[in-house]
Design a protein around this ligand. Structure first.
Ligand code: ATP
Ligand code: MG
Length: 260
């Protein structure tokens, strides 16, 4: 069976111009430099590379949190590269994100119940009288007890807050999630639980993931294919086993040797 591409990026670029001192010359950082790849429906594509190689910038471009300087991004057959702000809400329902530090993205003044009702309201997922029932189901899906819903983020552990972040991401019933280092800030003992939760949810909700990580072990465990970034470029992309056991690019070989 021929697989269908859900996400396609073609020659995308993002350059940042920075000026550190008043009379200093400008420096251009090619954070993402003509990157192209596709993500098939239902797959988990790992995006790895050293710190500063451009992984988060790629994710933010796909999420339309940043604008591309050049190139094209297609989602489910639609060119979303320059989709105007007013059309972005529809896209936000389908494309979600899980960040490394969920707690920082959660409003500390809101209870877990309020934090989970917010996306349900925003994207008109269910009628208001069904909010409580839907929240109960979301909590259940991410392995949190119903008793947690009246708590505030500071009253939960790092792992529990990450589960809240995941619940908010799946609340809109998305098709695609950018997971940007979702377990890097967690204790090793908790990492496995969250990774398995992401795998279960993917199955249950037929999700597609872009999984950004600098941890090759995690990517090896979770991803179908792996793309390797180096200085803003994708230097290698292929099946998980092929990239890890028979890398063709010298930088990937170095990365595999140092991390595994
Ligand atoms: N808003 C910005 N302004 C200026 N430079 C930026 C900005 N965002 C990112 N950069 C630079 O772009 C490059 C790529 O950054 P990016 O955050 O995408 O890397 P990364 O691979 O996600 O790194 P990490 O593994 O540390 O998260 C880096 O050199 C970074 O300093
Ligand atoms: Mg990053």
């Amino acid at each position: 069976m021929k697989q269908k591409l859900l996400v396609e990026v073609e020659g995308i670029a993002k350059h940042f111009v920075i000026k550190q001192k008043l009379f200093a010359p400008k420096t251009v950082i090619k954070a993402v430099d003509e990157v192209s790849f596709g993500i098939y429906s239902g797959e988990t594509l790992g995006l790895i590379g050293e710190s500063g190689s451009g992984k988060t910038t790629v994710g933010n471009l796909i999420l339309r949190l940043l604008e591309c300087d050049q190139g094209k991004i297609t989602f489910a057959g639609q060119d979303i590269t320059h989709l105007p702000q007013r059309s972005l809400r529809g896209l936000r329902k389908d494309i979600q994100v899980i960040f490394q530090h969920s707690q920082e993205t959660l409003d500390p003044k809101m209870t877990i119940l309020e934090l989970l009702v917010e996306p349900l309201k925003l994207h008109h997922i269910v009628a208001p009288h069904q909010f409580e029932r839907e929240v109960k189901q979301l909590l259940n899906m991410v392995g949190l007890g119903e008793g947690e819903k009246h708590k505030f983020p500071f009253q939960l552990s790092g792992g529990q807050n990450q589960r809240v972040g995941i619940a908010r991401a799946i609340a809109s019933r998305p098709r695609f999630i950018v997971c940007d280092e979702p377990v890097s800030a967690l204790d090793v003992s908790i990492q496995g639980q969250i990774l398995n939760l992401l795998l279960d949810l993917k199955q249950e909700m037929q999700l597609t993931y872009l999984f950004i990580s600098h941890d090759l072990k995690v990517v090896k465990y979770l991803c179908d294919r792996i793309a390797v970034m180096h200085h803003g470029k994708v230097v290698e992309i292929g099946e998980n086993s092929q990239v890890i056991s028979a890398p063709t690019d010298p930088y990937t070989r170095e990365l595999v040797n140092s991390l595994l």
